[in-house]
Design a protein around this ligand. Sequence first.
Ligand SMILES: [Zn+2]
Length: 272
Amino acid sequence: MRLFRCACHSGLSYWSNVARAPADVGGGTRALPRSGGPVDASVLHDLAAASRILADQGVVDAFGHVSMRHPSDPNRFLMSRSLAPALVTPDDIMEYDLDCDCVDAQGRGSFLERFIHGEIFRKRPDVMAVVHSHSPNVIPFGLIDTPMRAMFHNAAFVARGVPVFDIHEKFGATDMLVGNSEKGVALAEKLGDKDVMLMRAHGSVATGPSLPVAVFRAVYTEVNARLQFQTAMLAGGGNIAALDAEEGRLADEVNLKSSARAWDLWKRRVGF
Ligand SMILES: [Zn+2]
């Protein structure tokens, strides 16, 4: 018996004194992870808002998810239970360790692809939030040899390069889902030090040093894909004067500051 703070309800605000059951993991059992500590209600509120913003902006539909690193424990992250993003509330947020074991699921289901998040958080200490989506205009760029390029300043982060994770390279024919740690590790390795990455015949990942920036990048990755498609049609095989790496670096410095304006607007649009 030990005292812990429940990490799975609104405001993470009540205390329980119960024995922790071991988790069934990979055919064996190990103790459930300890919580990284209480989380302010405003954090859960923002994470639920992020989920709804991504749905409102057309980045996610019934599928896709967003997570953020625990504010006081870098080895924990927060993410909704398995649920359509537009329906997420603060009460649905659960806490995970980097092995993607839930601290206190209380019978609620987890996203199958939470390993995308856990392994990126493990590999990239600078990443504070991760978005995974199947946003439709991005997907074609994971299927062809033409790389995604930054069509305008809001998508400046694209100029750093956008790798493509092809799950077939290491795992052969699969259901395409990143449903275990091994696949998550391979995905995080492919991401390297980049901000966004495409997943062949699946979707994409966007990361950021904060939740608003990760959401901003997910939204503008989708917008950029649409613009690049239109530009390629207009160019007809001719030159496309996209941002170069230095322009991308300079413009992204501005975006890191100005993304707060988009965040405030988008939050209001979803009533948060
Ligand atoms: Zn997916």
